[in-house]
Write a protein that binds this ligand. Structure first.
Ligand code: FES
Length: 96
């Protein structure tokens, strides 16, 4: 179940990306974190507790929102603008 429910930006241009192979859609101006959490309840599992994490500060300080793209690039989702064709891989099934 998505953590975020979009109530604005419904008329901004759609941007396609994938989340664990699932076709998803964000909106122009979304951060990667916003786009992911509009489709999933978390962005990753904690390497310490194994619990789902969904970002905390939303401003690039806490390091809680690191995600990995299919090519291996690691990104801080809250400070990364969503771009067409991004392929996010959680490797945890939390996004399904
Ligand atoms: S949510 Fe804190 S660094 Fe991204």
């Amino acid at each position: 179940m998505p953590l975020l429910h979009r109530i604005v930006r419904k008329d901004h241009a759609a941007i396609a990306f994938t989340l664990d192979g699932r076709a998803c859609e964000g909106r122009a101006g979304d951060t990667l974190l916003t786009a992911i959490l509009s489709h999933a309840g978390a962005v990753r599992l904690s390497e310490f507790s194994g619990q789902p994490r969904a970002g905390f500060c939303q401003m690039g300080a806490c390091q809680d929102c690191w995600v990995t793209l299919a090519g291996g690039e690691r990104l801080r989702a809250c400070t990364t603008p969503l771009a067409a064709g991004m392929s996010v891989v959680t490797g945890s099934g939390i996004a399904s």
